[in-house]
Design a protein around this ligand. Structure first.
Ligand code: HEC
Length: 143
C-alpha cells in the first residue's frame, strides 16, 4: 500500500499535466472551427487575409483581356507545353487557318487530351467569354 501512494501521486500529477494542455488545445481547435462563422471584422484588423474573393471575382465584369490575364497567360504568355505564344503570328497562323469556329471549340471543350484545358480552366466563363478571348488572342496574333 505504501508503495502505491507515490505512484498514485505521480499518476495524478501526470494526469494534470496532460489534462491542462490538452483542454487548452481542444479549446483552440473549437475556437478555430467557430471562427469563420462568428468572427466580426473590425476596421484596421487584418482579418480579411486569406479569405476567398471568389464572389467578387465572379461578379466583376469579364473582358477578354481580364480572362486572358487571369487564366490563359499562365500557358500562352511563354508557350507552356507548346501553347501558341501570345501575339506570335507565326505560331498562330496555322491555328487561325483552321477557322475561328474550330478554335472556339478547342478553347471551350479543350484540345489535345487537355494539353489545352477546357475553357482554359476558367470554369465560370461562358461560351461567349471564351469566344471573345479567342478573338482577342487571334487579333493580337494578326497584328
Ligand atoms: C494549362 C495551359 C493552358 C491554359 C491555361 C490555356 N491554354 Fe490554350 N493551349 C494550351 C496548349 C498546350 C495549346 C496547344 C495544344 C496543341 O496544339 O497541342 C493551346 C492551344 C490553344 C488554342 C488553339 C487551339 C487549336 O485548335 O489549335 C486556343 C484558341 C487556345 N489555346 C485558347 C486559350 C484560351 C482562350 C485560354 C484561356 C481562357 C487558354 N487557351 C488557356 C495550353 C493552355
Amino acid at each position: 500500500m505504501f508503495n502505491a501512494k507515490p505512484s498514485l501521486l505521480v499518476l495524478s500529477l501526470v494526469g494534470l499535466l496532460l489534462a491542462v494542455p490538452t483542454s487548452a488545445a481542444v479549446k483552440d481547435q473549437i475556437a478555430a472551427r467557430l471562427e469563420p462563422v462568428g468572427k466580426v471584422c473590425v476596421m484596421g484588423e487584418d482579418c480579411a487575409k486569406g479569405m476567398k474573393v471568389a464572389g467578387a471575382a465572379a461578379s466583376a465584369p469579364k473582358t477578354p483581356e481580364s480572362v486572358y490575364n487571369t487564366f490563359c497567360q499562365v500557358c500562352h504568355a511563354k508557350g507552356v507545353n507548346n501553347a501558341p505564344t501570345f501575339a506570335d503570328s507565326k505560331l498562330w497562323a496555322p491555328r487561325i487557318a483552321k477557322g475561328k469556329d474550330v478554335l472556339y471549340q478547342s478553347a471551350i471543350n479543350g484540345f489535345n487530351n487537355g494539353a489545352m484545358p477546357a475553357r482554359g480552366t476558367c470554369v465560370d466563363c461562358s461560351d461567349d467569354d471564351i469566344k471573345a478571348t479567342v478573338d482577342y488572342l487571334v487579333s493580337a496574333a494578326k497584328k
